[in-house]
Write a protein that binds this ligand. Structure first.
Ligand SMILES: [Ca+2]
Length: 319
């Protein structure tokens, strides 16, 4: 697979065949084989890093566990929202949507799905990941290399900044913004200057995990949608190792839904009440889920402890 492409054509925003993707989601690697040529030819996000070529890609020595889920609550979701960013904070659900000419920043009523506040982005921008840091909403754009900073309450633009990669997902661990660019790299940014301060390569037992999309930092882990699959990766942000996958195959029922739903994307966490929310692009529903049946996790060599599945699941399930 080609791994050092410099340019990526416009991401196909509407795959139109989620069912096919769903059927393949349980086997990420079969999917990678299926889409390998496509990704290799079209994924220009800088998968390889300078100086990286001499060292073989990391790989977990044990099979990556897969967690199941159960649905706690089902909420309405705007079926025309092409979800690219999802954040929950203190009773507010914030959502960023994409597509050229349709991108928005929203405040959404969780219970009803009603859009309470909306900001339309310039048609020049394809909105991507969103996070909330220090009462500022931050939103990436796909290929424009610019991010926007908004007042949490008014959505007034406070600032903007530039970055050299594509923009996909965004979250933070208080000290650092954490972003994805479609490759296997998570990048860490200073939350005030937006200067990159580090990065980590994400891997599982098969090697690098590409197409990291929407992100959420949860109890020491980074949760990441894997674009084109129904999988969420639980990532150790120190090492990049995928601790486990959550397989959300079948989460959205078969419909019929109008419009046709696109892929799973969007993770938000209510830290006060330990509620985990997920949805998808043009999904008519948003779900509160809990994790079930996570098998024993790998033994970590770096002292990373929050991947204790039983404790983690118990905490999430308690909400
Ligand atoms: Ca998120």
């Amino acid at each position: 697979m080609q791994r050092k492409m410099k340019h990526m054509p416009e991401r196909q925003p509407d795959l139109g065949n989620v069912g096919a993707v769903n059927r393949m989601a349980a086997s990420r690697h079969r999917l990678l084989l299926t889409f390998g040529l496509f990704v290799g030819l079209s994924s220009g996000a800088s998968i390889g890093q300078p100086g990286e070529a001499s060292s073989p890609p990391q790989k977990s020595t044990q099979a990556t566990p897969i967690c199941a889920y159960s649905i706690i609550n089902t909420f309405p979701h705007d079926p025309y929202a092409f979800t690219q960013g999802l954040v929950y904070d203190n009773g507010d659900l914030f959502e960023g949507t994409g597509l050229w000419g349709e991108s928005t920043l929203r405040r959404v009523d969780l219970e009803t799905g009603d859009v309470l506040q909306i900001l339309d982005l310039s048609p020049a921008y394809f909105g991507e990941g969103v996070t909330l840091h220090d009462n500022r909403l931050i939103q990436l754009t796909f290929q424009s290399g610019i991010g926007f900073v908004y007042n949490r309450d008014t959505f007034a633009i406070l600032d903007n900044f530039t970055y050299p990669t594509q923009g996909w997902g965004l979250t933070h661990d208080q000290q650092r913004l954490i972003m994805s660019d479609g490759s296997s790299t998570l990048r860490f940014w200073d939350p005030t200057t937006f200067v990159e301060t580090g990065q980590v390569q994400v891997y599982d037992d098969q090697g690098p995990v590409i197409r990291l999309n929407e992100l959420e930092y949860i109890q020491g882990e980074v949760f990441a949608n894997i674009w084109l699959t129904d999988l969420i990766a639980r990532i150790n942000p120190t090492t990049g190792q995928v601790i486990a996958y959550i397989d959300l195959t079948g989460l959205l029922g078969p419909g019929p839904w109008i419009p046709t739903p696109d892929v799973l994307n969007g993770i938000a966490y209510d830290s006060e009440n330990n509620r985990l929310f997920v949805t998808g692009k043009r999904w008519p529903q948003l779900f509160e889920i809990e994790l079930l049946g996570c098998p024993p996790l790998p033994v970590f060599v770096d002292g990373f402890e929050s991947g204790d599945t039983s404790a983690w699941s118990a905490v999430v399930g308690s909400g």
